[in-house]
Design a protein around this ligand. Structure first.
Ligand SMILES: [Zn+2]
Length: 541
């Protein structure tokens, strides 16, 4: 009995050791590939390594990180590290975005990436790509497509089915995954049907990798549900803190009533020669009206453009390009603007009126200051607008942000999980509440009186901060990944002292240093900023 017990115990130890070896070997390959691309000092950041290992285990994985922080490396690097005949599929919402991804994957990761859509490629091109995907030594490493093409193109569907059976498919990445949930029910039914569409692949062997810029717990659950991802999916959620963005609110009730449009006047002061900014409006008509008013101000005639869904696509693209190149200083836009935009030097994001809820607000504000330099967010808001939004079931979290009277950074970050206040920041980065400006105190007093008249109760208190998850136990890597690694998956070596660890593994940094390198997801790995501390949450249930 005793013997049997110790035998079993030894067996489980051996298995753990073997698993550790497998993981170390994969980590080594990934590190080698990373360093070949970015030099000897290159380190993974922002949960990149953890997410790749999770996918290699075959676990559905959700990653919430801001745009421009290396989410594409997670599906792009493993096919490079694992060698020919291994590829990832990326589902992207827009063809234009897909084209940019092909370019940046080629430039930054030297990956053979192709765009496969019904409208952007000829039948011959489609056929050629489908053959390559089925080929054991095919050259394509990342295939980018849209949910519509994936649903309808039989050539692609057959090729993916064969490739997944052959163990060639590393993962199905769903980029901008919040879109799948938000748009699926409105104008992109193919998104709502994506889970069904993906039944062509063996989901027990090919994991889904959903990535998005920001999602609180409810939005994360909605993404998992829409994509039929495992309820035990690994979730990697970056801290929502953006210490470089100074947050403030201007209460419209307090602006000069004698001005025709006091908000536009305040906004005009932001538009200077070399400034770059965005003004968000709730509706398309407000967008046009605000732009018109700004364009009437002397000196601003040529500096302001618009972007919303009613504009002709060519005009939208032209305005966006002019703004990206600095020919326009500001775009007045609706929520339609911003998908895939990655301009680093946006100095301010102003809101002419309150957005739909705090999640929208965060996503829009997050377009400022990606270069890590001081940027500003100013929300112009009236009590009436918030009350009206609430009547229509919106404004989740906005009440607390606008009228809560506590640190705005804290309200915003706690909405996404881990609260961070302004304490410890230089005064220029502190929110208006923490700066305790007299204007703010006066505002809150007056607004509170107004609010009392309309007492409807506030939104519930902030979500409870979730603790950093315990490191999860290792899982065996997928057979397909092991084959590519050339690792003996049935290693019968019974050595239990661990000294058989692969020599090249020993040179690697331990995991803790990877985590330490993750200071602020909006700065390069290991860069300065934010005073360490809470860096995000990782959960693997
Ligand atoms: Zn604050």
């Amino acid at each position: 009995m005793e013997d049997q017990h110790s035998e079993l115990k030894r067996e489980s130890q051996i298995t753990e050791l073997e698993m550790e070896d497998q993981h170390n070997e994969l980590k080594a390959s990934l590190h080698v590939s990373l360093r070949e691309l970015y030099g000897q000092d290159a380190q993974f950041r922002n949960f990149q390594l953890e997410a790749m290992l999770s996918l290699a285990e075959g676990v559905d994985t959700l990653l919430c990180l801001p745009t421009g922080t290396g989410k594409s490396l997670i599906y792009g690097l493993p096919p490079v590290a694992l060698g020919p005949g291994f590829f990832s599929v990326v589902v992207t919402p827009l063809i234009a975005l897909g084209k940019n991804q092909v370019r940046s994957l080629a430039d930054e990761l030297e990956v053979d990436a192709r765009l496969f859509t019904n409208s952007s490629c000829t039948p011959e091109e489609q056929k050629k790509m489908a053959e390559d995907l089925k080929d054991e030594d095919g050259s394509i490493q990342v295939l980018i497509t849209t949910p519509e093409t994936l649903a309808r193109n039989q050539l692609l569907r057959d090729a993916l089915s064969i490739a997944s059976d052959a163990g060639k498919l590393f993962c199905i990445a769903v980029d901008e995954a919040h879109v799948a949930h938000q748009w699926g029910h409105d104008f992109r039914p193919a998104y709502a049907l994506l889970a069904e569409t993906l039944q062509i692949i063996d989901r027990t062997r090919v994991p889904i990798y959903a990535c998005t810029a920001s999602a609180n717990r409810d939005a994360q659950d909605a993404i998992l549900e829409t994509l039929s991802m495992s309820l035990n999916a690994a979730r990697f959620v970056a801290s929502a803190d953006r210490p470089e963005i100074q947050l403030s609110v201007v209460y419209k009730e307090l602006l000069d009533k004698n001005e025709r449009d006091p908000v536009a006047k305040e906004m005009a002061a932001f538009i200077t020669d070399d400034s770059c900014g965005l003004i968000y409006c709730r509706t398309k008509s407000t967008c046009d009206a605000v732009a018109k008013r700004l364009q009437c101000i002397e000196g601003l005639e040529e500096r302001v453009g618009t972007y919303h869904a009613d504009l002709d696509q060519r005009i939208r693209e032209r305005n966006q390009a002019a703004w990206e190149e600095g020919d326009l200083n500001v775009l007045v836009c609706t929520v339609a603007f911003g998908l895939g935009v990655n301009k680093s030097n946006v100095r301010w994001v102003l809101h002419y009126d309150p957005p739909g809820d705090l999640a929208d607000f965060y996503q829009q504000v997050g377009r400022a200051g990606r270069d890590g330099e001081l940027a500003r967010s100013v929300l112009f808001v009236s009590h009436e607008e918030v009350a009206k939004g609430k009547r229509y079931g919106g404004m989740r979290g906005m009440d607390d942000y606008v009228y809560g009277g506590s640190c705005r950074r804290k309200v915003l970050t706690s909405f996404f999980g881990a609260a961070k206040s302004c304490s410890g920041l230089d005064s220029q980065f502190k929110c208006d509440v923490c700066l305790k400006t007299s204007r703010l105190n006066e505002a809150l007093d007056r607004i509170e009186r107004l609010a009392a008249e309309n007492a409807e109760g506030r939104t519930p208190a902030n979500e409870v901060k979730r603790p950093l998850g315990d490191p999860s136990p290792l899982k065996p890597l997928r057979p397909a990944v092991l084959r590519k690694l050339g690792s003996p998956s049935n290693n019968t070596n019974t050595s239990t002292n661990g000294s058989n660890a692969n020599a090249k593994v020993l040179a690697l940094a331990p995991d803790s240093s990877l985590r330490a390198a993750f200071v602020s997801p909006w700065k390069g790995g290991g860069g300065g900023g934010g005073g360490g501390g809470d860096t995000g949450t990782k959960e693997r249930q």
